[in-house]
Ligand binder design. Structure first.
Ligand SMILES: [Zn+2]
Length: 436
């Protein structure tokens, strides 16, 4: 019996080791994230700090806070002073002039704004203070979710957002390393304003996905997200030119829900507007003859626009087809002006017989139809006729808001409301990924 007992113990030990190896925890080097609050042009000469409990003072060794002393008082201002800081008449500088403070317990207030974790000061080349909040990554995620998504949205959408925010944090880790922190607090990285971003639901979303990351193969996936895909996500190669295996176009019918404010939008541009944009960018192709989409993916997401001028053509590619004209997304069509003098398309039949309706698709200012469709028993057929003078205006009809890569936030909301969980949501938007 003793022998069996030993074997059972050994077996139990093996199971224990196996389970331990498969309980995922985030790599310890990512436990604390440094967020730049004031830096470069927003760096400060002075800032007010307070806490409910008094402070420990020290410096940051990487992401570890090394305590050197404690500071009396719970409220004071910190000023830049020859490579260090001055607090109530006392000069402090540790390790290359770096200086950090952490409340003994509870909340830290930086110029009245509440944060978790502590604060690090680095004197920049102008003698001003770069002010950095160092904070646990899961606390950071709870605060980001409340700023990047509405905290009253469905918990599964918030959890998907939490995994995106945490994963994006790690893949963006070195973005601002030259300034001494990991990520900034603006939309350039992810919007973060400390505890004001937390609600019960965003804290829960972070907690229920604690340490979880979106993975592709053995690497953390760059979990890009945007407000609305407009009905299909984009190919990364057609946005920023790099082909990322999990950032591929997928049909996204969930996105076009009735509460999505950018499910449909339109913008009118005159030829003069287009010429002005080009002139402002120091591009001269003369007067504008035409302007059209010359490249779009199978879902109608634009990746190439050609502007035809009296003095040459100008081609916009990838995300410039959005940014050049300040459009909401790359998912749009252009109508108006020089419509080709031919049949545009026949949808279901070669002939439309017994006309039952007649609709104008676009017209010039003098209300002469340039294109129209007729529908009848034989199907639907579209014609255009531009013997008339073309209009000087183009109407851009689009849908979606943002770069359109990866998760659509409005799509995630609709999926969650339809019963999908956060892992299903993430796997819909990021092809071939898993959550760990
Ligand atoms: Zn940034």
């Amino acid at each position: 019996m003793k022998k069996y007992g030993m074997l059972i113990c050994l077996f139990a030990l093996l199971i224990f080791v196996f389970v331990c190896n498969h309980v995922y925890a985030i790599d310890s080097k990512y436990e604390t994230v440094k967020i730049g609050l004031y830096y470069s042009s927003s760096a400060k000469s002075q800032v007010n700090l307070s806490s409910d409990s008094g402070f420990e003072a020290g410096y940051m060794d990487g992401s570890n806070f090394v305590v050197q002393s404690s500071l009396p008082g719970t409220s004071f201002s910190v000023s830049a002073s020859s490579g260090g800081v001055m607090i109530e008449g006392v000069y402090y500088a540790y390790e290359n002039g770096n200086f950090a403070l952490k409340p003994l317990s509870g909340t830290l207030y930086i110029d009245g704004e509440a944060y978790r974790g502590g604060v690090e000061f680095i004197t920049d080349s102008k003698g001003l203070l770069t002010i950095i909040n160092f904070v646990n990554i899961n606390d950071y995620v709870a605060a980001v979710v409340g700023k990047e998504m509405s905290p009253i949205w469905h918990i599964e959408a918030l959890k998907a957002q939490a995994v995106c925010a945490r994963s994006y944090c790690i893949t963006t880790w070195n973005k601002h390393s030259s300034l001494g922190f990991n990520l900034c607090n603006t939309q350039d990285c992810q919007v973060y304003h400390g505890i004001s971003g937390e609600t019960e639901s965003t804290v829960l979303a972070s907690l229920e996905t604690k340490d979880q990351l979106l993975m592709y193969g053995q690497s953390v996936a760059e979990a890009l997200y945007s407000s609305s895909s407009g009905g299909s996500t984009g190919y990364s190669k057609y946005v920023w030119g790099n082909d990322v295996p999990y950032l591929q176009a997928v049909a996204d019918p969930y996105d076009l829900s009735s509460d999505n404010p950018k499910a449909a939008w339109s913008v009118t541009l005159t030829k003069e507007d287009i010429k002005k944009k080009l002139t402002n960018a120091s591009i001269n192709i003369g007067d504008i003859i035409d302007f059209k989409v010359t490249g779009a993916d199978e879902y109608g997401r634009t990746y190439e626009i050609t502007i035809y001028g009296t003095n040459g053509n100008y081609v916009l590619k990838n995300d410039r087809t959005r940014s050049f004209f300040g459009l909401y997304s790359q998912k749009y069509t252009i109508s108006g002006s020089a419509v080709p003098n031919e049949t545009l398309y026949a949808l279901t039949s070669t002939d439309a017989v017994a006309v039952t309706s007649f609709n104008v698709l676009s017209s010039t200012a003098n209300i002469v139809p340039e294109s129209f469709y007729i529908s009848g028993a034989g199907g639907l057929k579209c014609y255009s006729d531009v013997d008339d003078t073309p209009s000087d205006s183009y109407v851009i009809h689009g849908s979606g808001w943002g770069h359109g890569l990866g998760m659509s936030q409005y799509g995630a909301k609709a999926m969650a409301e339809q019963g999908f969980d956060y892992i299903q949501i993430l796997q819909h938007y990021y092809v071939g990924t898993y959550v760990q």
